[in-house]
Design a protein around this ligand. Structure first.
Ligand code: FES
Length: 357
């Protein structure tokens, strides 16, 4: 079941003209439940013009700061981000779920690792938390950040990143890439592409010395960098990523072609949640398990509905589904029968899913 808590907003800081850093005042009795790892996110819920809207936002603060801060960038036509930037104010309360997410590795005080991160736009939020935490907790580790933005003005957490540079001299480097502002060195103009990656890994750092990589931004950027690194011999398990935005067009096309293929067939769907079980008959190949169950008034956990956050995870006990995308699951979870209900299109006559896991 989705468990939301009512949490007051204690501070709001304007990081860029269209991005706010929002501090949540987690009450003492909830702080154990809200303990988090660097790189995790919170799912927020608000009633906006009579509609319930949920979104997930990464914590940009470090768990070592004992603060819960999220960065919310206003996006065109973004319901929640517009609400958070234009309406939400200090003293208001908002519904929040406890932290979730797998975008982290454990810190170890005795380690001396070299890390590299690539972040684009608001993708800096979890990366900022990760960098701050590893530099503070691992006195012998170092970090190099490649940060892509449109312009100097749109660099989120700019002052904090500068402060990290001053605090961890010799252990933290940052290279800014701007897509709509000309800089003297050509390397730092425009988006990351293969030519830039070649230049970065031949003149700034070497894949031979890097232990772990953290990538956060749009799907295309993540795939480009991940594929490049793997081609260079980097072990995939050392490339950690969090998607901010997926290829919605591709998902829509796939969903439509499945609907055509399975047209006319029906599925008896059983959903187990909160100790209850309910059965419905639905068309095969259409919609997804989450939306179908929500339409039948089930109280199920979800946030992104994009296959990224894994809030909607459940276990497929019987039957067959196709997951349009499954970024939010680890391979061993998929092997053990877990599915993302928001991405699971029914493909068999009988399906049983269990959310009580
Ligand atoms: S709701 Fe985020 S993966 Fe399904």
């Amino acid at each position: 079941m989705s468990k939301f808590y009512t949490i007051p907003v204690s501070n709001i800081e304007q990081s860029t003209p269209d991005c706010r850093i929002i501090t949540l005042d987690i009450p003492k009795d909830l702080q154990t439940e809200f303990a988090f790892k660097q790189g995790q996110y919170l799912t927020l819920k608000a009633d906006i013009n009579g509609t319930e809207v949920r979104r997930s936002y990464s914590l940009c603060s470090s768990p070592l700061d004992h603060q819960w801060q999220i960065g919310i960038k206003k996006i065109p036509n973004g319901k929640f981000s517009t609400f958070a930037n234009d309406i939400l104010k200090v003293g208001d309360s908002i519904e929040v779920m406890a932290p979730q997410g797998h975008f982290y590795i454990d810190v170890s005080e005795s380690t001396d690792r070299e890390y590299v991160a690539f972040a684009a736009g608001s993708g800096i939020t979890p990366v900022h938390s990760i960098i701050t935490t590893h530099l503070e907790a691992e006195p012998n580790s170092s970090f190099t950040l490649f940060y892509i933005n449109q312009s100097t003005q749109s660099i989120i957490l700019k002052e904090s990143i500068e402060a990290l540079k001053n605090k961890y001299i010799g252990r933290f480097r940052v290279f800014h890439f701007l897509t709509r502002e000309k800089r003297a060195a050509e390397l730092f103009n425009g988006r990351i592409d293969t030519v830039k990656l070649e230049a970065i890994f031949s003149s700034i750092c070497s894949t031979e010395n890097i232990n772990d990589y953290f990538l956060c931004g749009p799907e295309s950027m993540i795939h480009l960098i991940k594929d490049y690194l793997v081609n260079q011999g980097v072990d995939e398990s050392n490339v950690h990523f969090e998607l901010f935005g997926t290829n919605a067009e591709h998902s829509k096309e796939r969903q439509e072609s499945i609907a055509v293929e399975f047209a006319g067939k029906s599925c008896d769907l059983t959903v187990k949640e909160g100790g209850k079980t309910f059965d419905i008959t639905v068309p095969q190949g259409e919609s997804n398990v989450l939306d179908i169950a929500l339409a039948h008034h089930a109280d199920l956990p979800f946030a992104c509905k994009g296959g990224v956050c894994a809030t909607c995870k459940c276990k497929l006990e019987e039957g067959k589904v196709e997951m349009i995308v499954s970024y939010g699951l680890e391979q061993d979870e998929i092997d053990n029968g877990y599915i993302l209900s928001c991405q699971a299109v029914p493909l068999s006559e009988k399906i049983i899913v269990d959310f009580d896991i």
